[in-house]
Write a new protein. Structure first.
Length: 91
């Protein structure tokens, strides 16, 4: 399996960094680093996250990384990181 980030997920990372960097650039960088490294655990167990039935028949799932929600989709041998945001955001 391999992991690929969608443009929307990369945009989410950038947005989160910009928001956090206003207060603390080191904390912002550490958070983004954590968010980008966490999906590696999905390579061994891609169905770790909760399946989101609203997206059927697509296999879209979510995992929580600290206080951030990450949504991803499994297609064949690829895991696509779709979106991510802080759980306090109004989504």
């Amino acid at each position: 399996m391999e992991i690929k980030w969608t443009s929307k997920a990369l945009s989410d990372l950038s947005r989160l960094y910009d928001f956090l960097a206003l207060v603390n650039k080191q904390a912002a960088a550490k958070t983004v680093q954590s968010l980008t490294s966490s999906p590696a655990s999905l390579l061994e167990n891609p169905r770790l996250g909760e399946r989101l039935e609203a997206f059927d028949p697509r296999e879209v799932r979510k995992i929580l990384i600290g206080q951030y929600e990450m949504r991803y989709e499994i297609q064949n041998s690829t895991i696509y990181i779709l979106r991510l945001w802080h759980t306090r955001e109004d989504r």
